[in-house]
Design a protein around this ligand. Structure first.
Ligand code: HEC
Length: 121
């Protein structure tokens, strides 16, 4: 995100407004496992991983302050989930930090692939 630190709050608002009105794109096709869907829809109760659908919605469209996930690029999703899990660089993601704490790298990849495959809703 080179250069973003030079934006004023007004410029950030204008950009956010612009992007929030764009039609979501569909990610390139990815191979999806049943486990990725299972984590998204039902979580991993034995590991304390809450289902993603509880906040992001069963269709991944998000809601208010909860961001849309459906159709995002796999690599972006994996990276952000690891940012929540391993760093404090997204302080507003406190809920995500707890949820991702016990997700293995393999499960992060599985759930990210499922999310990327979610349709253009
Ligand atoms: C308790 C509610 C809650 C649950 C459950 C939840 N999330 Fe989130 N998620 C959030 C919030 C709130 C944010 C926005 C955090 C921020 O502003 O940095 C977020 C952000 C994200 C982002 C970053 C999106 C972006 O565009 O950068 C990803 C990826 C994500 N969540 C994936 C998941 C996955 C995968 C699961 C299930 C394992 C999950 N979330 C479960 C509340 C939740």
């Amino acid at each position: 995100m080179w250069g973003v630190t030079r934006l004023t709050p007004d410029q950030m608002d204008t950009l956010s407004d612009y992007f929030s009105k764009q039609t979501p794109m569909q990610s390139a096709s990815v191979s999806v496992s049943a486990r990725g869907k299972e984590i998204f829809m039902n979580g991993l109760p034995s590991q304390g991983v809450v289902q993603c659908s509880a906040c992001h919605g069963v269709d991944g469209k998000g809601n208010g302050a909860i961001p849309r996930l459906a159709g995002q690029h796999v690599n972006y999703l994996v990276k952000q989930i690891k940012v929540f899990k391993l760093t404090d660089e997204r302080p507003r993601g406190e809920a995500m930090k707890q949820i991702t704490h016990d997700l293995s790298d393999e499960d992060i990849t599985e759930v990210a692939a499922y999310i990327a495959s979610m349709g253009n809703l």
